[in-house]
Design a binder for this molecule. Structure first.
Ligand code: AMP
Length: 119
């Protein structure tokens, strides 16, 4: 899948639409999900143009990947998610239910999150 420069997270990164930012550095932006699925729902995105975890893992450089997961740890700690635990999810592609084609990690917490999938 080629990267769509007009996806909503690309627009957020370009400053064309606002976000409720919780973290930013040269490599990573994190913001609150506009339609939270838990008391705390944060999205973490790399600033590079990667469609999903496969693209990021295969084509991201080692500094981008290191900075991404370092930021994820810092964001989880700073937002009080590590004490009782949380869920991190990366939906991927059609069957994974990915809606926005820019790689993002969901952090869901602030309460018990329940089973991994519902049937
Ligand atoms: P996914 O289904 O894994 O691609 O998740 C996309 C997430 O992006 C959903 O949870 C949406 O609620 C969230 N979302 C969509 N637009 C925005 C936005 N403008 N600001 C923050 N979150 C958004």
């Amino acid at each position: 899948m080629s990267y769509d420069q007009n996806n909503i997270f690309a627009k957020i990164l370009r400053g064309e639409i606002p976000c409720d930012k919780v973290f930013e550095n040269d490599y990573v932006l994190a913001f609150r999900d506009i339609d939270p699925k838990a008391k705390m729902h944060i999205l973490i995105i790399p600033k590079g143009a990667y469609t999903d975890i496969v693209d990021f893992g295969a084509n991201g450089n080692s500094q981008e990947i290191h900075e991404f997961y370092k930021a994820a740890a810092q964001i989880a700690q700073e937002n009080g998610l590590t004490e009782n635990g949380f869920r991190s999810i990366a939906n991927t592609g059609k069957w994974g239910g990915q809606e926005v084609p820019h790689y993002h990690l969901h952090l869901l917490g602030g309460e018990a999150i329940g089973p991994l999938v519902s049937k």
